[in-house]
Write a protein that binds this ligand. Sequence first.
Ligand SMILES: Nc1ncnc2c1ncn2[C@@H]1O[C@H](COP(=O)(O)OP(=O)(O)O)[C@@H](O)[C@H]1O
Ligand SMILES: [Mg+2]
Length: 250
Amino acid sequence: MNSVNRKQGDALLEVSDLRVAYDKAEVVHGVDLKVHEGEFVVLLGRNGAGKSSMLHAISGLIPKKTGRVRFAGVDITGADTRTTARAGLVNVLEGHRVFTGLSVEDNLLLGTYAKNPHGDKSKLADIYELFPEIGERRHQLASRLSGGQQQILAVAQGIVGEPRLLILDEPSGGLAPLVVHRILTVAKELTSKGVAILLVEQLVKEALKFADYCYLVEAGTLGGEGTAEEVKQGELIRRIYLGGAQAAAA
Ligand SMILES: Nc1ncnc2c1ncn2[C@@H]1O[C@H](COP(=O)(O)OP(=O)(O)O)[C@@H](O)[C@H]1O
Ligand SMILES: [Mg+2]
């Protein structure tokens, strides 16, 4: 199903026939998806469905078995992560991956390198205002942060790079509900400036509060799609919950 209620026009990200395999085991079986400028898109689906593999392949972290990826009108199918980041496609990986041997500030500066090879300190004040808990610890090693604070730092590192598309892969991992809400609110605010968000989230209800459009990933294929409203009111929501999503926690 392709929703007629979706934002129209050229997509910022357009993925077609994406297949991903680890050795011979194919885990993503020919996926087509789009994200428009300023659109907040969520990928829902059970653990192991292939969401992270899709995102890793899109951002150039792992190879694609087949498929094409266009971003901002340019074919980036064969591009590595450095190139995709420079083009404005930033993937904040699952599991708060930050450089624990570097300070909070140096982690954030790394996030600015895609745009400026010398780093850009002027971008950091805004981030410290958005996330005071890391601002207070800017000179500490990232290893001293709690898991939740490291997760915020990972998201913040993505935001300071001023992406055109920010991919957030399960940012809620290890975070209190209020902090999750704050991160998704910050992401939603970015969309008003034209930034696109592609979110993977297990907290379905929370994600659908923010999303414009939703894809359901089932065993490496897309099991359905629709606007957040269509999903909430339709039969898809039942399948999402049957897939093991965390209704109660949302
Ligand atoms: N590096 C890897 N090597 C081999 N298999 C992997 C690797 N990463 C993920 N997989 C497998 O690919 C499938 C999809 O995983 P993943 O993309 O992480 O799903 P999701 O993000 O939806 O939880 C799973 O069966 C997982 O075990
Ligand atoms: Mg994953």
